[in-house]
Design a protein around this ligand. Structure first.
Ligand code: ZN
Length: 271
């Protein structure tokens, strides 16, 4: 018995020593079950497009996510650890690590569940499928999803880069938004679900970005028709947020309710 106990003690010491090694520390410091958010969407909608985190830094917080770039220079989509820009001009490009980001949500993607879907007519039909899963797991958690497949259509949008002084997002989208309608296209949608209590910090519900399989087309998803696809679903219980340091952000009155503006910038408003 004594021998067994000392054996266990030795093992425990070895484990804690291993915990001190450099590689272990790096691995320990990364919590894969955290949604990392740069700024508040409400800061972005007020017009704070100042990048506060580099693409290289963001990659330390996740390998999958959505967002935008300094100066509102296109829609950000991160897939398999690579950050892409879907610009207002249309052709997707890989982004350099030095480029900065004013707003984003990323996580390390580990699918807790995967399943396949087919013939999903539009965003509302997809939302019904996703929300059924939300009901199952609980509406007060965060979820990141990946939808890899073939799409009969994708309706996406992006926007042109802005120069200071920055206008509020809803205003920018009135004159500098571009729409892309893709047909018969393969690719990946990355989506984030934020719970209802996030309404002061982000958009609640689903927010989707798309990039084509050949990584040349993409944007913020307004609608889609799915032919056949696999959904990967990542339950994520942690939330970490970076509060920007720039003066523009510091002076906003973020108690002002922007829910109408948020709705306007997240969905396509018919003129
Ligand atoms: Zn978006």
């Amino acid at each position: 018995m004594k021998k067994i106990i000392s054996g266990i003690l030795t093992l425990a010491v070895l484990v804690s020593m291993a915990g001190c090694s450099k590689t272990e520390q790096v691995n320990d410091s990364v919590d894969r079950e955290v949604i990392y958010q740069v700024s508040l969407l409400q800061g972005l909608t007020f017009g704070d497009y100042h990048g506060s985190v580099s693409a290289g830094e963001l990659k330390k917080k996740g390998d999958t996510g959505i967002g935008t770039f300094d100066g509102l220079n296109g829609e950000l989509i991160m897939v398999d650890g690579v950050i892409y820009r879907a610009p207002g001009e249309g052709v997707v490009e890989e982004v350099k690590d030095e480029e900065t980001i004013p707003f984003s949500n990323v996580t390390f993607f580990d699918a807790d569940e995967t399943w396949s879907i087919e013939n999903v007519a539009d965003f509302d039909a997809l939302r019904e499928i996703l929300d059924a899963k939300v009901s199952e797991f609980g509406e007060n958690r965060f979820y990141m999803i990946r939808i890899d497949g073939e799409f009969n259509s994708i309706n996406a949008r992006s926007e042109y880069a802005q120069e200071e002084p920055y206008e509020p997002l809803a205003k920018v989208l009135e004159h500098d938004q571009t729409f892309f309608d893709y047909e018969n296209i393969k690719g990946t949608i990355v989506g984030l679900y934020c719970p209802p209590y996030m309404s002061d910090l982000n958009a609640t519900g689903w927010h989707l970005h798309f990039v084509s399989e050949d990584r040349t087309k993409g944007g913020h998803v307004l609608n889609m028709n799915i032919k056949t696809a696999n959904i990967g679903w990542d339950n994520t219980n942690g939330f970490e947020m970076l509060v920007p340091e720039n003066e523009m952000f510091a002076d906003f009155d973020l108690t002002i309710d922007q829910s109408e503006d948020i709705k306007k910038v997240e969905t396509k408003v018919e003129e």
